[in-house]
Design a protein around this ligand. Structure first.
Ligand code: NIG
Ligand code: FE
Length: 416
């Protein structure tokens, strides 16, 4: 059955002419169609046609989107949604002057959440995480990455990945699982770090690959977490068993993570708040997506990643919330877009490319989603706005009124 998304004010196609990502200047070109409607059949986009040729379509199912703005379903490409517990107490300490790194060194930070996750059952985790996924769906997000990384031993990392696998089955959106066993050294292994790394390499990675529990292997290259050499070892094993790679790097310190990630052809390099000027060029000349996380800079009150320099150097830039309890307790993608515009000098158009096609590229999904082109999946976010710029202009306000995934309406607001 064919469906007509009829008469929207604008269709923001983010089309790429088959390239499936946007680099440098291309991020600013989002291709806005007016006086057009969109046709999809089952889960696939079939056509974008001028409104004056939308006659005699009585055999079509009609969804009236008059005065609304259609975007590709949004893609959230970096989240730690699978957590338990609260870090409000640490937030209080941070407000009183303690830094994120100091808290990590004292055995708090990520390890605080690890304790909460280890004390939570499978069912409790499903209960905690489910409303967070719904919150993303309400915002028009149709593809969502979720990392493990708060179990940090065999049993609990696998428990988290199994929870994510279960959520993949019960939610209608695409959920991409990422293994982040190399998030930090768990407190009980602080004096035996080699043993923990061996556990990741010899036990966790082979098990999760055999059981198809993750698409990506991620790590945190940082003085409070893993060295570049340690990440290199872990990545070599992950790659050899078929996982794609991502890396948290150049967040607080530049200790060689970026070079390892680029050498290992990581699909994305994430954070980059302290990236050096020479390294900007290296990223720009690679196919790795620079995933920028301005919510972390806002939440921890430190420098923003040099988005402008990266885009001007021709990099593929994406944006994400980095939703997590310690460094970005922010699950609102519209707020992240506004922050990127206000604090990182990105244009409104660039922020849209960064949460659609480039975020899809960061999840190796951009051949199917992230732009509205014939043959791609019928994934849409339908905004109640006069112009697409309203999405970024109304700060922290969700204007999405309808979410469509694989051709099915999976969320509609009451006024919609
Ligand atoms: O992306 N950088 C490391 N990981 C997360 C923070 C996780 C946490 O503090 O719980 C991040 O910022
Ligand atoms: Fe992160």
């Amino acid at each position: 059955m064919k469906t007509l998304l009829k008469n929207p004010a604008q269709i923001v196609t983010v089309s790429t002419g088959g390239k499936n990502h946007k680099r440098g200047k291309e991020l600013n070109e989002i291709s806005v169609l007016e006086n057009h409607s969109l046709i999809f059949e089952d889960d696939t986009i079939k056509d974008l046609i001028p409104n004056n040729s939308v006659k005699n379509r009585s055999d079509y199912k009609i969804i009236d989107v008059k005065d609304k703005i259609i975007l590709p379903g949004l893609v959230e490409c970096h989240t730690h949604t699978a957590f338990a517990g609260s870090r409000a107490e640490e937030f209080r300490l941070k407000l009183a002057g303690k830094s994120y790194e100091e808290l990590a060194k004292l055995g708090g930070g990520i390890n605080t959440t690890v304790t909460s996750v280890r004390n939570s059952s499978f069912d409790e985790l499903v209960q905690l995480i489910s409303p967070r996924i719904n919150y993303f769906i309400v915002q028009g997000i149709t593809s969502l990455e979720i990392k493990s990384g708060y179990g940090l031993d065999f049993e609990n990392e696998i428990k988290l990945l199994r929870v994510i696998q279960h959520l993949q089955k019960i939610f209608p959106i695409t959920i991409v699982p990422t293994f982040l066993g190399a998030h930090t050294i768990p407190n009980e292994m602080k004096k035996k770090r080699e043993l923990y790394i061996e556990e990741i390499i010899q036990r966790m990675l082979p098990f999760l690959a055999e059981n198809s529990l993750a698409k990506f292997c991620d790590g945190f290259c940082e003085s409070t977490a893993f060295s570049a050499d340690e990440i290199d070892l872990i990545f070599s094993q992950a790659k050899s068993i078929g996982l794609a790679l991502k890396l948290h790097t150049e967040q607080f310190n530049s200790i060689g993570g970026l070079d390892v990630a680029l050498k290992q052809q990581a699909v994305s390099v994430d954070h980059l708040e302290v990236i050096k000027d020479d390294d900007i060029l290296k990223v720009a000349q690679s196919d790795s997506v620079a995933v920028l996380l301005p919510g972390v800079s806002f939440f921890l009150n430190y420098d923003y990643a040099p988005a402008r320099k990266l885009i001007d150097a021709n990099a593929i830039v994406a944006l994400s919330t980095d939703y997590n309890p310690g460094s970005s307790n922010i699950a609102d993608i519209n707020f992240i877009m506004s922050l990127a515009a206000l604090k990182m000098q990105m244009t409104i158009e660039e922020t849209i490319s960064a949460v659609t096609i480039n975020a899809a590229k960061a999840l190796l999904l951009s051949e199917e989603v992230g732009s509205l082109e014939i043959g791609k999946k019928a994934d849409f976010a339908v905004f109640d706005a006069e112009d697409y710029s309203d999405i970024v202009y109304h700060i922290g306000k969700n204007l999405n009124g309808m979410t469509i995934k694989n051709g099915e309406v999976i969320y509609q607001n009451k006024n919609g």
